[in-house]
Design a protein. Sequence first.
Length: 407
Amino acid sequence: MHIITDKMVFGGKSLGKIDGKNVFVPYSIPGEKIEIEITEQNKDYDNAEIVKILEPSEHRVEPACHYYGKCGGCNMMHIDSAFQKELRSQMLSDIFHQNGIDISGKTEIISGPDFNYRARFQLNNGGLSQRRSNIVISVEECICAEEPVNNYLRETAENLEKRPKGRCHLFGSSFCDGNFKITEEENRVPDTKRIHGMKADKAKKLKLKENKYFSGTLASPENTMTVTLGGHKLSFDVRGFFQSNLFVFEKVCKLITELLPGGKNILDMYAGCGSISSFLTEKYENVVLVEHNRDALVYAEQNMAGKKHVSYGLSGANFIKTCVSTLPQFDACTIDPPRSGMEKEVRQWLAQSKIPLIISLSCDPATHARDCAALISAGYSMKKMYLLDFYPNTSHIESLSVLTLNQ
C-alpha cells in the first residue's frame, strides 16, 4: 500500500494516514510518497516500515554510516543536516503548542558539529545494541563519536577480547584532561553509599548549610574525568551522567551566563556535579546547589571549591519540604531536571516563589512543556526558547526556556 507522509512527530517517525487512521513510519521524511508494510496494528494507529520509496524528499541523503538502520542510535541520518534541525524545531514547537504555548518566532537553535561530537558512550559486551533487538553490533567506529573514542574502537576492533564484558562506559574528548577513560559497570559504587553514616537524601538532619558535611566523602580517582569548558575545570564520574556533546554544552553554559543579569543569590536545582553552578559564580555572589545524588554532589563540592556556595544533598521535593523557610531571596533560578521533569513540589513552589527569572533546561520536551505551562499559568512569561541540538542525526530534543515574572 502507498502513503504520503505529512509531518514528523516526536520520536522521529513521520505521520501519514490510511482511511483516516494514523500510520507512523520510521526512516521516512515528510512529503514523501512511499510503499509501506504495516508491522503493528493498534486501535488508534498503526506502525509501518518502508518497502520502497516512490517519490523521495529533496532532503533525503545517503547515510554516512554503514551501521545506520541497524544500530539503535541515530534515526535521522537519512535527512540533510539543515532540514534535520528544522524538523527538530518543528517537533519542539508542536509539543509546546499542545500545551497552549506558542514559541513560534521565539526559538533559536544552539548547535555544533554534525559528526564527531559525542564523547560519552556505553558499550554492551563490546558493542552497540541493534535496533529493536538484543543483538550486539561490534562497531569499529562511530562517525558521531569524538576521535578519542574512535581511536579506542579502532584499536580493539580486531581483538574484541580487549573490550570489557557486560556494560562499560567510555568517555573521550578533546575537552578532557587525559583524553580518554573506560570503566566497567560492575565496579560502580552504589548510589546508596552513605554520608557520615546516612543516605544522602536523609542528610536533612545534618546542618546542611555547612558544606563540610560532604568533605568526608571521596571521589574515585580511577573513574574521574576532568574537562575544561569556558575556562572552568569540571570533574565527574565517568559512570554517572555528564553531557555527551561538549561542543554544544560549552555554548549552553556560556549562553546561560549571558542571559543572567547577575545579583546576590541564585538557585541551581538538580545541579548534578555543579557544571552549570561553576559558571553561575561569574555572575552571583552565592550559589545554592540542590542535588539528591550523593556521588554527583561530591564532585560538585570539588568543582565549586573556593567559590561561595551552599550544597543540599536532597531531592528537590525534600529540599522544598524541609528547607524552604531558611532559603534566601533568590534573584534567579536555573533548573535542569531529569527526563521526568520537575517534581510536583518543586514546580508548585517555583510557581509561587516570585523569583524574577527562571532558566529551565530539559532533555524531554513533553515534560518541559508541562512545567513551563504551570509557570506561565502562575504569572510567568516565555521570553525565549532555545533548541539545544546536542544529538545531530537523531530525533532527541533538548531545550532551554527563559521565563520572567510578570510585573
